[in-house]
Ligand binder design. Structure first.
Ligand code: PMP
Length: 294
């Protein structure tokens, strides 16, 4: 079932355990701030097993997920497939040893093809690639939509309520969903997810190739785990980072400052960003580099 819900991505951090944590036990793979927040919320409802973490290197890589220690009673294994702040993507899904896989795809939604049959539940706040903030889309396997959820679960928080009512149980956020519809039409006209994936790969290559050759800037994520959508980078000097952010802002390259937990800069290359926008950023970075490296 594909459900159009509200409350943004964060509400799913609670709805998932309320609906799926029947044994009150779940496994979380912690690869950045968003999976960490989701794990924190799940602790309200039961035992959270941290199956793997990359906190030791400030979430700059994806740990090995091929042979995790999976407790027998786990209700599901949770990942944030693209960590928005840290700029990592899980490219090889974890071996859950038969347990249901739940994935937060908020910041990679419709940016590349995904095989939905590999997951029990996928969800994304739509505000990156699909529509206005507040709407969240949940794709959930039908056998996981159940009545016997945790006993205190409010009606609005049950997937069954929304699945039984085709996402029209109460007044839906109509305008937001309408905008999502326009974006779907735009995407289909462009050639669909495969077409936008090729464009996104070209955009990311432009920036990563420049970063890899730069003597001033460098990316903060291990190459194999880099995101197509979020590209954090630094100069190595806080003063120079601040100078770059100011100069970029003045040149019309806005919101390039990185999240405070990573520092430096972050370029988000969501579907709406054209290749020309990335080329402009790279040109500006090259000019800045020339002026600062003798
Ligand atoms: N998950 C991820 C990966 C996100 O990037 C965000 C928001 N940036 C959220 C969840 C939370 O979404 P919302 O702000 O819609 O609650």
């Amino acid at each position: 079932k594909v459900l159009f819900l509200q409350g943004g991505g964060f509400t799913q951090f609670a709805m998932i355990p309320m609906n799926l944590m029947i044994n009150r036990s779940a496994g979380y793979i912690v690869t950045g701030q968003w999976s960490k927040k989701a794990a924190g919320e799940a602790k309200i409802f039961g035992t959270v097993h941290e199956l793997a973490s990359s906190a030791d290197k400030n979430f700059s890589y994806i740990p090995e997920l091929g042979d995790l220690n999976i407790p027998e009673d786990l209700d599901y294994v949770y990942i944030c497939q693209n960590e928005t702040v840290h700029g990592t993507t899980i490219k090889t899904l974890p071996n859950t040893k038969g347990k249901t896989l739940v994935s937060d795809i908020s910041s990679m939604f419709l940016s590349e093809p995904l095989d939905v049959t590999k997951y029990g539940l996928l969800f994304g706040g739509v505000q990156k690639n699909v529509g206005p903030a507040g709407v969240v889309i949940v794709i959930v396997r039908e056998d996981l939509i159940r009545d016997d959820v945790l006993p205190f679960t409010p009606t609005m928080m049950k997937y069954k309520t929304h699945a039984d009512n085709k996402s029209l149980f109460n007044t839906p956020p109509c305008y937001g969903i309408y905008i999502c519809g326009l974006v779907f039409k735009w995407l289909l006209k462009l050639g669909g997810v495969n077409a936008i994936h090729r464009i996104n790969q070209a955009k990311a290559k432009l920036l990563y190739d420049y970063l890899d050759g730069s003597k001033l800037f460098h990316g903060t994520v291990e190459k194999k785990d880099r995101s197509l959508m979020n590209v954090p980078f630094v100069t190595g000097s806080r003063e120079l980072d601040a100078e770059f952010v100011n100069a970029a802002t003045q040149a019309g390259l806005k919101n390039i400052k990185g999240h405070r937990s990573v520092g430096g800069m972050r370029a988000s290359l969501y579907n709406a960003m054209p290749v020309e926008g990335v080329a402009k950023l790279v040109d500006f970075m090259a000019e800045f580099e020339k002026a600062h490296i003798s």
